[in-house]
Design a protein around this ligand. Structure first.
Ligand SMILES: [Zn+2]
Length: 190
């Protein structure tokens, strides 16, 4: 359900402890046993934030991003320096609100994840230069296993966008590392 360690599919920070019915069964009982309606979530996102919320547009279409079938980055932009999401669409806006995606502990955890990716990539380059393949692989493994996998994915995408030099102005050496094909093959989730 979730990449690598089993993190919540909504916040990607906490361990997934609950099975969330993405479309609440009080709204559509027919989806109670629908596998595609079962998402791994943490109790905070599931029980404290989303609960039975399921906002829809005027045509009845869901306004919540379904991470099992949609690309969240089409609706959300991660402001890496703040660790907060900015909505790109109505769906993004509703999803941030319903799940509390910018709550302080998450923003702080994303900032921490950003620092870990930067430090590990710098160390990866040193290990490559010293031909320490196992240690270099360990750096990439550390990135893959850490919480807030969305941060690394956002970095890998934003480095390919116009304005990357501004986004990574605080760590300009990271730009080439994020564009390295070995790094991208190891870290980029399709
Ligand atoms: Zn969560």
């Amino acid at each position: 359900m979730a990449p690598d360690i089993e993190r919540c599919m909504y916040c990607r920070d906490s361990f997934g402890t609950d099975i969330d019915h993405h479309e609440p069964i009080v709204r559509n009982a027919l989806r109670t046993f629908d596998w595609n309606n079962h998402l791994l979530a943490c109790s905070h996102c599931n029980s404290h934030h989303k609960r039975e919320a399921f906002p829809v547009d005027e045509h009845g279409n869901s306004l919540l991003i379904d991470p099992s079938s949609e690309d969240p980055f089409e609706h959300l932009l991660l402001a890496l320096s703040m660790g907060e999401y900015v909505p790109l669409t109505e769906k993004g806006r509703a999803t941030i609100t319903v799940f509390g995606l910018n709550r302080f502990p998450l923003a702080r955890a994303r900032q921490q994840a950003y620092r870990v990716v930067v430090l590990c990539l710098r160390q990866w380059r040193r290990e490559i230069l010293e031909q320490s393949t196992n240690l270099a692989d360990a750096m990439l493994h550390t990135i893959r296993e850490q919480p807030c996998a969305d941060v690394c994915q956002a970095m890998l995408r934003q480095v390919e966008q116009p304005g990357a030099a501004i986004v990574f102005a605080d760590a300009p050496d990271i730009v080439d590392l994020l564009r390295d094909q070995t790094v991208r093959r190891a870290l980029l989730l399709s």
